[in-house]
Design a protein around this ligand. Structure first.
Ligand code: SF4
Length: 262
């Protein structure tokens, strides 16, 4: 089974929700953040094309906000746009790495990875408008898994690896913000411990679901997570009015899930 950050975030948020979405292939209609997909996808494509040395004029020109955001980003982070050919040993956009972990395949895709002899830097473009709190983002599985996989699959020590999120979707005149996360051995061990714990739990729940039809655990009934969950009626956790419930639709394409702020 392939494990990626979105899946781990969902599992940690609520195992039953994981069951509804990944095993029963149900999902709710797109949230406003998910509806932003076209802009986010175009920005990622723009950055990838630029790295590959392909023309980007059309992508920049077709949308004035794209142009403003790209210009502001260029100004705020010139070091990203001007590769240091003397020191950089590796540089690739949309770079994927995988590794085996206790019978699972951990998978990450870095928006941009830049490395030299002493350090490796993971860069990620966030295209939702509001930066998350640093602490919340540190706990997000994207941060934890991306750093973990690079440390495990490269020669770099955890202390030589970092991850930076750039919040590139700004209003005209605003400067893009960034959040940087350094890494160390203690964090690496901690991530390994939590990964092991969640993947052992997942195996146990999956076995019981497949063999006996046992449902994945729900979150605590007092958890506020159920209040605005689209599966509240299905889970008999409905504190929302029935008419407010949105019909669940067949969930057919995992790739269409937008980058969301968890
Ligand atoms: S209603 Fe509550 S228990 Fe059910 S999937 Fe949503 S968060 Fe989980």
């Amino acid at each position: 089974m392939i494990i990626y950050q979105r899946l781990l975030n969902l599992l940690e948020t609520c195992p039953r929700k994981f069951q509804h979405i990944y095993l029963e292939q149900l999902d709710s209609p797109l949230t406003p953040a998910q509806q932003e997909r076209p802009w986010g996808s175009r920005f990622h494509l723009l950055m990838q094309q630029r790295e590959l040395g392909l023309p980007i004029d059309l992508l920049v020109r077709e949308n004035s906000q794209m142009k403003n955001c790209f210009t502001a980003f260029l100004k705020a982070a010139p070091e990203i746009f001007a590769p240091n050919r003397d020191s950089e040993t590796f540089r690739q956009a949309e770079y994927s790495r995988t590794m085996d972990f206790k019978g699972y395949v951990l998978t990450v895709v870095y928006d941009l990875l830049i490395a030299d002899a002493k350090k490796a830097q993971i860069l990620d473009w966030k295209t939702y408008p509001h930066p998350q709190e640093q602490q919340k983002l540190a706990q997000n599985w994207q941060t934890r898994l991306y750093l973990y996989v690079l440390a495990e699959t490269s020669e770099y020590l955890p202390e030589q690896i970092s991850m930076t999120y750039w919040f590139v979707r700004t209003n005209k005149g605003e400067r893009p913000q960034r959040l940087n996360f350094d890494y160390n051995k203690e964090q690496h061990k901690k991530t390994e411990k939590y990964l092991t714990m969640w993947l052992e739990r997942l195996k146990d729940w999956l076995d019981k679901y497949m063999e006996k039809g046992e449902q994945f655990p729900q979150v605590d009934p007092n958890s506020r997570k159920c209040i605005d969950c689209k599966f509240a009626i299905r889970c008999e956790r409905s504190r929302i009015q029935k008419e407010e419930a949105i019909a669940l639709t067949a969930y057919s394409n995992l790739a269409n899930i937008e980058e969301i702020c968890l």
